[in-house]
Design a protein around this ligand. Structure first.
Ligand code: MN
Length: 205
């Protein structure tokens, strides 16, 4: 599956399912704001910020890597990374969750014990992210690790291969779960993960 979400000019990619498809785990109202307002705003802001600059001729991935760690380019980085992170998050979700592929399941068992222990560790990391950010499953040269990032930070900026993400900014869950981030994470982990997407990211077939 292609996880290079490049596009010029930068566009809001279509949501890969209907806004109500994941309810009640994630409501149509949440997608209306999260996808329709937040994600769209990052795209619009990015296009405004790169206008007339060399960034306007780059792919989204190139913009993220070129602007990462440069204080003068913080706005461009934040918006570009948030465009990519949200698209990656939508692709990490599905109404038909399924199960990890064989190779991914073997790696999960090896690195976390089993799927349940992986989910617990992932949820703990998500709850433990202080303030806004993301929790990720990352492939570090074949070894699976769970990582947290703050605000817009993304493993892509560090040249790492993300397999899965869940957004833990309050806007991701507040309408449906209020302050209960742990409940949001557990429901998404149990009933909304697109294991086909995650498995393809781990072992492209
Ligand atoms: Mn978000």
């Amino acid at each position: 599956m292609n996880t290079e979400f490049s596009s010029k000019p930068f566009v809001l990619p279509p949501l890969p399912f209907d806004e109500g498809a994941l309810a009640p785990a994630i409501s149509a109202a949440t997608f209306g704001f999260h996808y329709g307002k937040h994600h769209k705003t990052y795209v619009d802001n990015l296009n405004g910020l790169v206008a007339g600059k060399p960034y306007a001729d780059m792919t989204l991935e190139e913009v993220i890597k070129a602007s990462a760690g440069k204080p003068a380019e913080q706005g461009i980085f934040n918006n570009a990374a948030q465009v990519w992170n949200h698209t990656f998050f939508w692709n990490s979700l599905t109404p038909k969750t399924g199960a990890p592929g064989k190779e991914l399941q073997r790696a999960i068992d090896r690195d976390f014990g089993d799927l349940e222990q992986f989910k617990k560790a992932f949820a703990t990391a998500g709850v433990g992210q202080f303030g806004s950010g993301w929790v990720w499953l990352v492939n570090n040269g074949g070894k699976l690790t769970i990582e947290k990032t703050s605000n817009a930070m993304t493993p892509l900026a560090e040249g790492k291969t993300a397999l899965l993400t869940i957004d833990v900014w309050e806007h991701a869950y507040y309408l449906d779960y209020q302050n209960r981030r742990a409940d949001f994470l557990r429901v998404v982990l149990d009933s909304c993960l697109n294991w086909n997407f995650v498995s393809e990211n781990f072992a492209p077939g």
